[in-house]
Design a protein around this ligand. Structure first.
Ligand code: UDP
Ligand code: MG
Length: 316
């Protein structure tokens, strides 16, 4: 059995929000008058989110909880949704209503008109700290250079056609960056602007450290740009070294005594720093390659057994 639209929602510790969110999303979907399912990937929540989802599924079979065995992160949760969803079009959205569900109708309309990807682009942002905004700016600029797409305002709120789903499933990498991959596969794409809503319940699931790690990971996993930057840096140093070397040699042959202690110390420090940074960048790539060659599954599903008491994660 296939449905028209699968809404894929990664859910992590959203106990206070999830019921209301599902209610609102369902209200908007009902108005469209197409068959649909709500694929709710529980990303190893430690609160009673899964129980809420299972209860919602018992009341409405269109709600399909996909419980992961632990917290695998939002990207993995979205990958799980990608393979579980059966719709002819998939809509990815957050569980906290920061992605306005009122846009779903327009997305479906554009899909019916023949677009394969409908991306919602952040026009104005919700309250975000200056540090966060600076970081997203740097990250988006680097990603834009790396993936040849405009990532300013890009979000994971997207509708994608089944053909795009199949294309994404062929991208077998474990370190996934959904937004980047959707840009990379191409297809007929259009955008609609939206305003990020404030979070009604709970708090963001991202810590600053988590966000920095996620950004570096995505950049490394998606592009060889940092590696090329290392090469460029090395070449630059070489040119500089050749110039300085020639000058030093000239002075030596000229019989001039050298009093360059400061120069030596500075060169040592600068070269040491450059070398260690370069090795660090290469190490980041080795780490990602290591991760990829292990070929571990991106996520694991843990379905509650029949008659099981409580949730899958109550022991934690
Ligand atoms: N999320 C997830 N796994 C995680 C962290 C977050 O599935 O490890 C989900 C979360 O429940 C929400 C979405 O990803 O539906 C976006 O998270 P959040 O709202 O915390 O991020 P923000 O909107 O602040 O970027
Ligand atoms: Mg949010």
């Amino acid at each position: 059995m296939s449905v028209d639209i699968s809404v894929v929602i990664p859910v992590y510790n959203e106990e206070p929000a999830i019921e209301h969110s599902l209610e609102v999303v369902r209200g908007h979907l009902d108005k469209i008058g197409r068959s649909y399912e709500l694929v709710c990937v529980d990303d190893g929540s430690r609160d009673r989110t899964l129980e809420r989802l299972l209860a919602a599924a018992a009341a409405d079979p269109r709600v399909r909880p996909v419980p992961l065995a632990r917290n695998f992160g939002k990207e993995a949760a979205m990958a799980a949704g990608l393979s579980e969803a059966r719709g002819r079009a998939l809509i990815f959205m957050d569980a906290d209503l920061q992605h306005p569900p009122s846009l779903i109708a327009r997305m479906v309309e554009l899909w019916a008109e023949g677009y394969d990807v409908v991306s919602a682009v952040k026009e104005t942002r919700a309250r975000e700290s200056l540090v966060y905004r600076m970081m997203t700016w740097v990250f988006n600029a680097l990603m834009a250079g790396a993936a040849r797409g405009d990532f300013r305002g890009a979000s994971d709120f997207k509708l994608i056609d089944r053909q795009v789903v199949d294309a994404l499933m062929q991208c077998a990498e474990r370190n996934r960056f959904f937004r980047g991959l959707v840009t990379w596969v191409g297809f007929r794409t259009t955008e609609i602007p939206f305003t990020v809503a404030e979070r009604l319940h709970g708090t963001t699931k991202w810590s600053l450290v988590g966000l920095i790690r996620y950004s570096i990971r995505n950049l490394i996993a998606f592009s060889a740009l940092p590696l090329k930057m290392v090469t460029a840096m090395g070449f630059g140093t070489l040119v500089f070294a050749a110039g300085l070397g020639a000058q030093t040699l000239w002075r030596y042959l000229d019989g001039e005594a050298l009093s360059g202690f400061t120069t030596v110390i500075l060169l040592q420090l600068i070269l040491g720093g450059l070398l260690l940074t370069s090795v660090g960048v290469i190490a980041l790539y080795v780490a990602v390659i290591y991760d990829e060659v292990k070929h571990r599954p991106m996520f694991l599903v843990r379905r509650p057994r029949p008659g099981e008491q409580g949730g899958a994660h109550e022991d934690r």
